[in-house]
Design a binder for this molecule. Structure first.
Ligand SMILES: [Zn+2]
Length: 446
């Protein structure tokens, strides 16, 4: 049986002590904490290390494989997560130091406590317990932990891609990938009592852009007719007004259909949500978190102009980030924005980073039933539904070798869990057993 919460907390607290910070340029990363982290895993989970074959891919990615005695035609399952964390920022703003793994206020504090070492801890705890009980999988099980997920969309060498290429070269095709990205949430925003197990079956794309215009430096008393700031502003208004209508993608249509049985009101709307946009849209407008699952979003973030109030700017610019819904592409949006800007405005638009939306994975109801079965063991009142992930994950890289790439941590959203990339990241002791238990009950069915 699984060990208790104190053990999970102790192990997670130890894991955050390794400052496994990633950087877009691998050469600027300190890999020593990663190697120490590997040693810690080896020491803490001896049965996993005896049972699985372990390989290091690239500089520090971990790939483990448990060969099933008789897998027949059954395709392997791969559990993913990432070892790296984002930088801790200003030490002074942490209530407890980011790499000490302090357990206080019913939480484990530290960078990576939620994102994503809780998931590595949970997967290892589950497997260690299962092996101790004599469990034998009916197909191969892989564990895959990259080292640069947090910069995975901008680095030249995402380690998850290396893992995928390695598997592909060996002719491996996967039956299921489970990575971070979906979680257990309250059903209240969907109008449902109880909890929802949100399994993300696709993720949005993204595009970071800079919109800018160069001007002539000079004294503000003699500006002439040029005002590059206003030229930029005119283009920004057009971009802000660019239509990004709400749309219902297949996973969200399926989610509402599945929830139709569980709601008291609007059942007929839920059954066919895309025919009831008039009802849906005001609700999405009022709830940006849900709205983001139905729309390509646009956020303008950073503006710059002259460094002083008394000189004309040589260059004005605004940075923006878009999150693309299935059906939109980076290339298409960039082309449209450049057309909106027009040659004559002199305003230029550069793409600084971008990735198209992932393909949508097959929604396999048989597999969904297994997720349901596992979660039923932990929560009395939970319903599993598909969703789309609004952030980027390492799961993106596995689509070429798998039709069922699902994003689900097994963890429950809790006010004390997080903030993922912010100060005082923590994991609540109240929910610390969720991830180990989920993987334990889930894997037992394989
Ligand atoms: Zn993460």
């Amino acid at each position: 049986m699984l060990s208790n919460r104190d053990i999970f907390a102790e192990h997670l607290s130890h894991m955050v002590k390794f400052p496994t910070v990633s950087h877009v340029d691998e050469n600027q990363m300190d890999f020593e904490p990663f190697y120490q982290f590997h040693e810690y895993l080896e020491k803490t989970y001896p049965l996993v290390h005896k049972t699985f074959e372990k390989q290091v891919i690239g500089r520090a990615a971990l790939l483990y494989r448990w060969r099933a005695k008789e897998s027949g035609e059954r395709l392997p399952v791969l559990l993913a997560a990432h070892q790296d964390v984002v930088p801790e920022g200003d030490y002074g703003r942490w209530k407890y130091p980011p790499y000490q793994g302090v357990i206080a206020d019913h939480r484990v504090y530290g960078r990576g406590a939620l994102d994503c070492k809780s998931m590595i801890m949970g997967q290892f705890e589950a497997l260690e317990a299962l092996i101790a009980e004599g469990y034998e999988p009916k197909q191969d099980i892989y564990l895959a932990y990259g080292y640069n997920e947090e910069v995975g969309t901008t680095t030249e060498c995402p380690s998850a891609r290396l893992i995928c290429e390695h598997l592909k070269a060996q002719g491996v095709r996967l039956g299921l990938v489970i990575d971070e990205g979906g979680e257990i949430v309250s059903g209240s925003t969907a109008g449902v009592k109880g909890l929802l197990g949100n399994i993300a079956v696709a993720e949005k794309g993204f595009a970071s852009m800079e919109v800018y215009k160069t001007g002539k430096a000079g004294h503000l008393a003699m500006p002439g007719h040029n005002c590059v700031m206003a030229d930029l502003a005119r283009v920004l208004v057009k971009i802000a007004d660019y239509p990004r209508p709400y749309r219902v993608t297949a996973p969200m249509a399926m989610q509402y259909k599945l929830l139709a049985e569980s709601v008291d009101e609007y059942k007929t709307y839920y059954e066919n949500i895309d025919s009831h946009m008039d009802w849906l849209i005001p609700r999405l407008e009022a709830d940006p978190r849900t709205g983001a699952k139905f729309q390509t979003t646009l956020a303008m973030t950073m503006a710059s102009g002259s460094p002083s109030t008394s000189s004309l700017p040589e260059r004005v610019s605004v940075s923006m980030n878009l999150r693309l819904l299935e059906g939109d592409t980076v290339e298409g949006i960039l082309k449209d924005f450049r057309e909106l800007a027009g040659e004559e405005s002199g305003v230029k638009i550069e793409l600084t980073a971008g990735r198209n939306p992932s393909p949508a994975s097959e929604i396999d109801m048989g597999l969904f039933a297994r997720f349901q079965e596992a979660l039923d063991q932990i929560y009395p009142d939970i319903q599993v539904v598909p969703v789309i992930c609004i952030g980027g994950t390492d799961a993106f890289y596995y689509h070429p070798i798998c039709d069922r790439v699902y994003r689900f941590s097994g963890g429950r959203r809790h006010p004390d869990n997080g903030p993922s990339h912010g100060y005082n990241e923590a994991y609540s002791l109240e929910t610390i057993g969720d991830i180990p238990q989920f993987f334990y009950h889930f894997l037992r069915q394989f």
